[in-house]
Ligand binder design. Sequence first.
Ligand SMILES: CC(C)(COP(=O)(O)OP(=O)(O)OC[C@H]1O[C@@H](n2cnc3c(N)ncnc32)[C@H](O)[C@@H]1OP(=O)(O)O)[C@@H](O)C(=O)NCCC(=O)NCCS
Length: 145
Amino acid sequence: MTTDLIIRPMTAGDIPEVISLWRSSEGIGMAAGDDEAGIRAFLARNPDLSLVVRDRDRLAAAILCGHDGRRGYLHHLAVAPEFRRRGIGREIARRCVAGLNAAGIRKCHLLVYSRNTDAIEFWRSVNWGMREDLRIMSRMTSPEL
Ligand SMILES: CC(C)(COP(=O)(O)OP(=O)(O)OC[C@H]1O[C@@H](n2cnc3c(N)ncnc32)[C@H](O)[C@@H]1OP(=O)(O)O)[C@@H](O)C(=O)NCCC(=O)NCCS
C-alpha cells in the first residue's frame, strides 16, 4: 500500500464524504440506516472499528465494521476508483478482521451482491469463503409490512 495514505477510525465528521463515496461506488447498495444519523449511531455502538483511508484532503476508501457481541460484520467497503488495485481494500479489510479478533469476536460475515463478481474475487483473495448453504432473508421492522 502507498505510504502517504493515512488509515484511521471513521469519525462523525467523515460521514458526508463517506456516504458520497458509497453513492458513487458500483456494488454498494444504499438502504435504510445508510443516512448520516444511521451511520453516526453505528459508529457510536462500534467505536474505532470502522475505517477511512485519506490521501491528504481526499477520501480514498471507507469501510464499516461492527459486531453484536457474537458475530462481526463488515459493510460497504469502497475504494475510490483512482485508488484501486494498490492493496488498500486488502489492508483495511485485514485491519477490520484484526479489530474484531481483538474484541473477542471469532467469526464475521459480510453481504455482497451475487452480480458483483469483482468484489467476490476480491473477498476470496483475502480469504473469505462463500456460503453456498445459506440465503439471506430480510424484512422491514414496521408492523404493517
Ligand atoms: C472491491 C474493492 C473494494 C477492491 O478494493 P482494492 O483496494 O482495489 O483491492 P486490493 O488492491 O486490495 O486487491 C486485493 C486483491 O483482490 C483481488 N481484486 C481486487 N479487485 C479486483 C477486481 N476488480 N477483480 C478481480 N479481483 C480483484 C486481486 O486478487 C487483488 O490482488 P492483486 O491486485 O495483487 O491482483 C474495490 O474494487 C471497490 O471499491 N469496488 C466497488 C465497491 C464494491 O463493490 N465493494 C464491495 C462491497 S461487498
